[in-house]
Design a protein around this ligand. Structure first.
Ligand code: ADP
Ligand code: TYD
Length: 205
């Protein structure tokens, strides 16, 4: 099974990815976690360029192509080989992040972006995608608890950008059956329980 998590920055994805991996392990399943951008030597190098605050001049096209390049490497080097061996893969973000952030957030035309993502992921289409939804106020409140130097280039965005990204995610949720919208204001444990229920019902389908 290939599971992806999506949402605004600080929505609680990494927390839920770890809990879901523990759940899979408790059932005896083999599971691997991927983080995007990252997860391979090349992808981690690309991640450092993408998130470095010193590159404020980065063009949106550059940003999109770097995220997509990192994704191709993760898919070919890790995700596809794992799925071929029946290992469950959980990815903290995937191609929907590019559609939401670079497409809806930064305005890259979708008629270019969507085929590019299909090219980048090839056959690795997620079976289920959890969109952990939190309001923009909550993003800003969770961000305010971090030290300034811990906020990366993309997380430095203003609230209008997050509004556009969130609206984009909600449109994707309407279009694609694999999405499940989860209220990210629930407690960590409540969210985990909902996610496990969804996974179990997918397995039993
Ligand atoms: P992301 O991977 O989406 O950036 P994290 O899992 O790193 O999110 O969580 C961001 C922050 O929000 C962390 O401080 C985390 O402890 C907190 N957090 C995560 N889930 C919840 C939740 N359900 N309710 C309140 N705070 C949460
Ligand atoms: P990261 O710290 O991994 O995410 P999070 O804050 O959600 O834990 O940072 C990744 C940043 O990159 C995040 O702000 C979302 C952004 N991003 C894109 O803009 N496009 C993409 O395709 C991906 C994968 C991430």
């Amino acid at each position: 099974m290939f599971v992806t998590f999506e949402g605004l920055d600080f929505s609680g994805k990494s927390t839920q990815v770890k809990l879901l991996a523990e759940y899979f392990k408790s059932t005896g399943a083999n599971v691997e976690i991927i983080r995007e951008p990252g997860g391979t030597a090349i992808s981690e190098e690309i991640r450092n360029i993408l998130l470095d605050n010193k590159y404020s001049e980065m063009e949106v096209e550059t940003e999109l192509l770097l995220f997509s390049a990192s994704r191709v490497q993760s898919v070919k080097e890790r995700i596809a080989p794992y799925l071929n061996k029946n290992i469950t893969v959980i990815s903290d973000r995937f191609h929907d992040s590019s559609i939401a952030y670079q497409g809806y957030g930064r305005g890259v035309p979708l008629d270019f972006l969507i085929p590019l993502q299909k090219f980048a992921i090839q056959n690795a289409v997620p079976d289920i995608t959890f969109f952990i939804d939190i309001p923009i106020d909550e993003v800003l409140s969770r961000k305010s608890k971090l030290k300034v130097e811990d906020v990366d280039r993309i997380e430095s965005a203003e609230s209008h950008f997050y509004e556009r990204v969130r609206d984009g995610y909600l449109l994707l949720c309407e279009e694609e059956k694999r999405f499940r919208i989860i209220n990210g204001l629930l407690s960590i444990e409540q969210i985990h329980k909902i996610i496990v229920k969804e996974i179990e019902s997918l397995i039993n389908e």
